[in-house]
Design a protein around this ligand. Structure first.
Ligand code: HEM
Length: 179
């Protein structure tokens, strides 16, 4: 996983909890603790940090991933406003998440392996967004999606989530409906 996912996470831990929580999490997880944003690190380190953060704070891992997704959306917007500003609403942004955003990320950073997304329009303004990744970080995706809907004025919301991978969270369908 790319270093920015680690650096932003540790910054969120510091601002939400404290610097001593960052220290405790790094010590407990046995991870290196210093990351560069364009470096590439083992996914296991990310899971170790989130697991240690959960143990330190008592907040369950899925809730932490969800919170982190919501937090990172705002960081993404601050860093790459052009990806978002060219779209008028969440569905049009999400339609280009795979073909535009993550494809651009793959070109810029060949080591990056962002997840796969497909968007399908259904009836009555409903959309189905499918997430596929062996990492199973659908809770993280959920937080990003919720923040994305709010960013575009809250005209859409995530109504339902279906795990199509038998509980592994590696293939998950989000139903996005008019709010
Ligand atoms: C609502 C918008 C977005 C969603 C739902 C989303 C979803 C995700 C998820 C769930 C991951 C974790 C990796 C995985 O599950 O396999 C990820 C990784 C990543 N995303 Fe996105 N993303 C969004 C927007 C963006 C934007 C705007 C950028 C930057 C321009 C971006 C760049 C990245 C990068 C660099 C990674 C790390 C990939 C790696 O290290 O291999 N994403 N994204």
């Amino acid at each position: 996983m790319m270093g920015m996912v680690f650096t932003e996470l540790l910054e969120m831990v510091e601002s939400t909890f404290s610097f001593s929580t960052v220290d405790a999490v790094i010590a407990r997880s046995g991870t290196r603790g210093t990351y560069t944003s364009v470096g590439n690190y083992d996914d296991a380190e990310l899971f170790a940090i989130v697991g240690a953060l959960s143990a330190e704070t008592g907040v369950p891992v899925p809730d932490l991933l969800h919170t982190y997704g919501r937090h990172l959306f705002h960081r993404f917007y601050a860093m790459y406003p052009k990806f978002f500003d060219i779209h008028a609403d969440a569905p049009t942004f999400l339609a280009g998440l795979e073909t535009h955003v993550h494809t651009e990320v793959r070109k810029l950073y060949p080591v990056a392996r962002p997840p796969m997304f497909t968007l399908e329009a259904a009836e009555n303004g409903t959309y189905f967004l499918e997430y596929r990744s062996e990492r199973g970080l659908w809770k993280f995706a959920h937080g990003l999606l919720e923040a994305c809907c709010l960013h575009y004025g809250g005209a859409h919301r995530v109504a339902d989530i279906t795990d199509r991978s038998g509980g592994e969270g590696t293939w998950v369908r989000f139903e996005i409906v008019p709010a």
